[in-house]
Design a protein around this ligand. Structure first.
Ligand SMILES: *[C@@H]1O[C@H](CO)[C@@H](O)[C@H](O)[C@H]1NC(C)=O
Ligand SMILES: *[C@@H]1O[C@H](CO)[C@@H](O)[C@H](O)[C@H]1NC(C)=O
Ligand SMILES: *[C@@H]1O[C@H](CO)[C@@H](O)[C@H](O)[C@H]1NC(C)=O
Ligand SMILES: *[C@@H]1O[C@H](CO)[C@@H](O)[C@H](O)[C@H]1NC(C)=O
Ligand SMILES: *[C@@H]1O[C@H](CO)[C@@H](O)[C@H](O)[C@H]1NC(C)=O
Ligand SMILES: *[C@@H]1O[C@H](CO)[C@@H](O)[C@H](O)[C@H]1NC(C)=O
Length: 536
């Protein structure tokens, strides 16, 4: 299956590609100044920080090599350490944050040192040689955030003079998306070690079905396109409600997907241009970006195709093919939708074997059981055990995806991927308390900032969710909702704050001021000793 990880936008994942594009373009010369790669360092990290918790039995006493990458270009003795939490991807995919992004911005302003820590079970930081259910038992939020605290207490930066460990040096964390939640939980739990943090687009109040992922697209997408998709999806739902197998087969064939057996696989596949549950092969709403070179216009191109008023007659004719099933009502823009889909997505499956797991099929237990180490598998584990937020169709109102897409579809993948091990088994549905017990929308900690984007698909799990109460910002509990911004848009920079769009520029200035205020107060900080110690 064309699996991708949807919490991390593709922009982050493809930064190497972006960098080479920048180099070729003199207009972006400023961005290619600092293209150097960072060497990997490793720390011996205890696999099990909780030797007394039954959940981790049988306990192991060993360590694994956890990678980190640092930039000391701006560092001057006495400066802070910025710890960028890499989250659900390899640390090497996060270099842009040190070179041009938020960490570069903060390092430059405060003579800081920036370091990326690769999350356990990602990149090359695996404790075990395979990710069987049993071996994955140490991939939990509490173990992951304990790594961050342990790292801050033990980190060594070759070539940098002095002892920069916490709490003697102010350590300020930054994470976007899943790593944002990990940042918030780290600062909350280890406030006696970690001085502060900025959690960007952090899912801190998770739920099982998450139809709201589509809400900003529904609300802010080009409305002629959105309404067309809504109307087409409503008509498709009427066919599946009526269990009209003949009509559904005709529909599948219009999209060139006659061979795709499971109706939910079909539903996910035609939703690719918008974003399917857990995965989609191209860019969509989540991958929009404020900076043209980081941006991906796929979503808007899709919409412009769907609403093309100059489509040739043989394409608009397709709008009438299924009218016989809808009281003569045409399926306006179905021809445009299907034609765009066939042109852009069918070629991703050159074999034409659309139902196979190398293409668009997902109903294959053997495929999911493969326990090789990999980011997709680790992220699925976290989704299935703690995070949830399965993307589903809304219970009522206009929909961008077919209503056959419900919790059971994603849960089935979990059950196939992680069969009962000798020691552990996954819960029937994710244990959301592993996240929500930190406080949900009321999560607070000293010097913990929350920053979100108003058009982010993940917004409703974040501090500024439309479900969350209104709160006021303070220096100790700062918060900022960037109007018109998407998924952790503040993490991107262009080495020139003055040239940024106004709302991003203001967010960056706010982050700089916030951190500077914290740093000025560092000399008076008396870490309160909680009972939590990081074992190792
Ligand atoms: C996975 O690794 C464990 C040791 O950690 C080993 O016992 C098991 O056979 C491996 N499983 C597979 C499928 O390779
Ligand atoms: C750094 O300082 C801490 C706290 O004083 C100490 O425990 C640690 O051993 C020191 N690390 C090094 C590498 O000197
Ligand atoms: C349709 O999408 C393609 C990219 O797949 C784009 O080049 C083209 O301009 C779009 N057509 C319209 C009418 O917007
Ligand atoms: C419509 O007609 C054009 C020109 O004859 C042809 O290239 C294209 O494949 C046709 N499209 C469909 C969807 O039938
Ligand atoms: C099912 O998955 C296995 C393992 O990836 C693969 O070898 C096989 O071809 C798949 N079968 C289908 C029908 O996709
Ligand atoms: C923390 O430790 C103190 C002293 O050992 C003890 O009285 C208190 O109950 C502990 N608090 C928690 C939350 O475990």
């Amino acid at each position: 299956m064309l699996l991708s990880i949807i919490f991390t936008s593709f922009i982050g994942l493809s930064c190497a590609h972006l960098n080479s594009k920048n180099e070729a373009n003199p207009k972006n010369g400023v961005l290619s100044e600092r293209q150097a790669s960072y060497p990997a360092n490793t720390i011996e990290m205890p696999i099990d920080h909780f030797p007394h918790k039954d959940q981790y039995k049988p306990h192991v006493t060993g360590t694994f090599k956890q990678r980190y990458f640092f930039d000391s270009t701006y560092y001057k003795p006495g400066g802070p350490v910025y710890l960028y939490i890499s989250g659900e991807t390899a640390g090497t995919n996060r270099f842009s944050n040190l070179k041009t992004g938020i960490i570069q911005i903060l390092m430059k302003e405060t003579n800081g040192l920036g370091v990326i820590i690769e999350d356990r079970y990602y990149g090359q930081s695996y404790p075990f040689s395979n990710s069987s259910t049993d071996n994955l038992r140490y991939l939990t939020t509490e173990q992951t955030i304990a790594d961050n605290a342990y790292f801050a207490q033990h980190a060594i930066f070759p070539g940098v003079l002095g002892n920069l460990t916490a709490p003697g040096t102010p350590w300020i964390l930054y994470g976007g998306s899943l790593a944002g939640a990990e940042t918030a939980y780290s600062v909350k739990t280890y406030g006696d070690i970690l001085y502060g943090g900025i959690a960007s687009s952090a899912p801190i109040k998770v739920v099982l079905p998450y139809p709201e992922w589509y809400a900003p697209i529904q609300r802010y997408g080009p409305q002629d396109c959105i309404a067309s998709i809504n109307n087409i999806v409503a008509k498709i739902d009427s066919l599946t409600d009526a269990r009209n197998a003949k009509a559904i087969q005709e529909l599948k064939e219009i999209f060139g997907l006659g061979k795709l057996k499971d109706i939910r696989d079909f539903a996910m596949t035609i939703a690719f241009p918008i974003g399917g549950p857990m995965n989609y092969p191209t860019n969509t709403w989540q991958e929009l970006n404020w900076y043209p070179d980081y941006n991906s216009p796929d979503f808007f191109e899709f919409c412009n195709n769907v609403t093309n008023i100059d489509a040739p007659a043989n394409i608009t004719a397709i709008d009438h093919v299924l009218a016989k099933y809808t009281h003569g009502q045409p399926w306006t823009n179905l021809g445009n939708y299907a034609t765009y889909f066939k042109k852009n997505f069918l070629p991703l499956c050159p074999s034409g074997d659309y139902d196979s797991t190398s293409c668009f099929g997902t109903q294959n237990a053997t495929y999911w059981e493969d326990s090789s180490n990999g980011a997709g598998r680790s992220y699925l584990w976290s989704t299935c055990t703690e995070l949830g937020a399965y993307q589903v169709a809304p219970a009522k109102g206009p929909a961008l995806i077919m209503k056959v897409l419900q919790v059971d579809y994603t849960q089935q993948w979990c059950n196939w991927a992680f069969p009962k091990g000798k020691y552990v088994e996954i819960p029937k549905t994710p244990n959301l308390l592993a996240f929500n017990d930190y406080g949900g929308f009321n999560l607070q900690a000293d010097r913990l900032a929350f920053i979100d984007g108003s058009i982010d698909p993940w917004l409703d799990l974040c501090y500024h969710s439309t479900e969350a109460p209104l709160r006021t910002s303070s220096d100790n509990n700062p918060e900022y909702l960037i109007t018109g911004a998407g998924h952790h848009w503040d993490s991107y920079g262009i080495l020139d704050i003055d040239a940024e769009p106004m709302f991003i520029q203001q967010a960056h200035r706010w982050e700089i001021k916030t951190v500077k205020k914290w740093l000025r107060a560092f000399k008076d900080w008396k870490p309160c000793h909680t009972n939590i110690t990081v074992t190792g």
